[in-house]
Design a protein. Sequence first.
Length: 260
Amino acid sequence: MFFVNLEFHFSVNLISRFQIQVIMELSQAVEEEKIYPTYLQKELYEIQIKDITNRIERLDDRNYDVLDICEDIKKDIEFTDIKTSDEITGINRELYAELSKIDNRKSEIRSVEQQRIDDQEKHERKVDEFNEKYRVTFRALVSKIKTLNAKVNALEDYKNKRENLREKLKSRDELYLKTEEEVTQKLQKIKIQYKIDRAALLDDLQNQIFQRGIAYEAENSAKTGPLTRGLFNNNIFMRNEISAMYQEINHGRELCGEKK
């Protein structure tokens, strides 16, 4: 637009200089030669001057129109810049808000994950305590069985030496068998009770994790996006899978212990 404006000003200035030059030349010719133009020349000069004046006026009008257009375009550009700046500011504000929400969700996920790790460690400590109690009880019962076996062997030797102790040894044998059966039953009950307690502990832990997950999901379902709920459900599924793997490993260990 600047070049258009400059072009019109140049045209106007060129015509104005041409008109002034013609007038000055005519004046100079009149002064030097004292020659006056004829009527035809005057008419021709007036027509030329009038035509030049009309062209100047048209160019001036057109130049003003162009200036108005330039001013309107300048205002439109300023308005567009302001509007664009406001839109960018709004988008940045929304972006910062979403980033803040994402950071909050990440913090909540880390908190839940830490709680899961703490619960798992607590469960593992309890399982270790039960295993230690089982091993202590098992060793005590095995030691008791060995002692009883040693006593039986001693009684067997003594029975061979002394015929008169047969009846007594017989009663001792019956007592041993009864005791051994009781010990075996107690040991079996302990094993069964251990399995029941361990299964109950696992079920209770899984139920607590599941209930916490449900409570957390219900509490945050209104403000949590689909992505966060999906991550949370996957986390619960992974915890259940880990618990199932622990059960399979412990079952395999028990089978190996029974084979030995």
